[in-house]
Design a protein around this ligand. Structure first.
Ligand code: AMP
Length: 219
């Protein structure tokens, strides 16, 4: 199995959920740039200049490439150095980023160890899912499709309080889909297709259905 698994897909396609499952099953490092950025936002000791760059995230836009590379490459290297694979979750969101990551993998002699996994989903379904999901304040788990009437309840994993993620506000969701949905994703998917390292699974299926498709690809 390839050592570097890149999960691609529009917001709400289930990248995070599936990336966590794969990393647990194969003992791969799970690297979510969204999680790394949220950790940075909550770190009182973080560089204030880096924190300033997070304003873009609050508005639903992409944060600067330099910050992404700084956070992600260090994490990736940590796992590769000890022989562990990595699952990249939302870490690549533009063609220039895809190119830069490939350069990085090449510099580490890992360019033949890359597989891109696209979880496809329409922008409409993306919007529906994001407006309905909740996040656990304590462990960060994303809880899909919670009925909106049950606004706040407990996380099934740790019992923490469920909240609406700051950038899951409908206006910000629309912005994210515009910037990070299928219009942006298309050229990235094409990039990996041309390299011959792309696999696609149907994100309209339920969590178990997507998982089983991914398992078939990885086995
Ligand atoms: P996520 O948790 O993956 O939905 O990411 C949350 C937010 O973090 C995104 O809406 C972006 O603002 C930012 N972000 C995460 N990954 C990247 C990336 N690779 N490039 C630029 N911005 C990113």
């Amino acid at each position: 199995m390839k050592k570097i698994l890149i999960f691609l897909g529009p917001p709400g396609c289930g990248k995070g959920t599936q990336a966590k499952k794969v990393s647990a099953k194969y003992n791969y490092g799970h690297i979510s740039t969204g999680d790394l950025l949220r950790a940075l936002a909550n770190d009182p000791a973080a560089d204030p200049e880096d924190k300033k760059l997070l304003e873009e995230m609050k508005a639903g836009r992409l944060v600067s490439d330099s910050l992404i590379y700084k956070l992600a490459f260090k994490e990736i290297e940590k796992y590769l150095l000890v022989g562990q694979g990595v699952v990249l979750d939302g870490a690549i969101r533009s063609v220039p980023q895809a190119e830069k990551y490939q350069e990085f993998f090449k510099s580490k002699n890992f360019e033949n160890e890359v597989l891109a996994l696209e979880i496809s989903l329409t922008d409409e379904e993306s919007f529906n899912r994001l407006t309905k999901r909740r996040m656990c304040k304590r462990c960060g788990a994303i809880i899909p499709y919670l009925p909106v009437t049950k606004d706040l309840s407990e996380c099934p994993d740790c019992g923490g309080v469920l909240v609406i993620r700051a950038d899951d506000d409908p206006a910000i969701i629309s912005k994210r889909i515009e910037e990070q949905g299928n219009k942006t994703l298309g050229p990235i998917v094409e990039y990996y297709k041309k390299l011959g390292i792309l696999k696609t699974v149907d994100g309209m299926l339920d969590i178990a259905g997507v998982e089983s498709q991914i398992n078939k690809i990885l086995c």
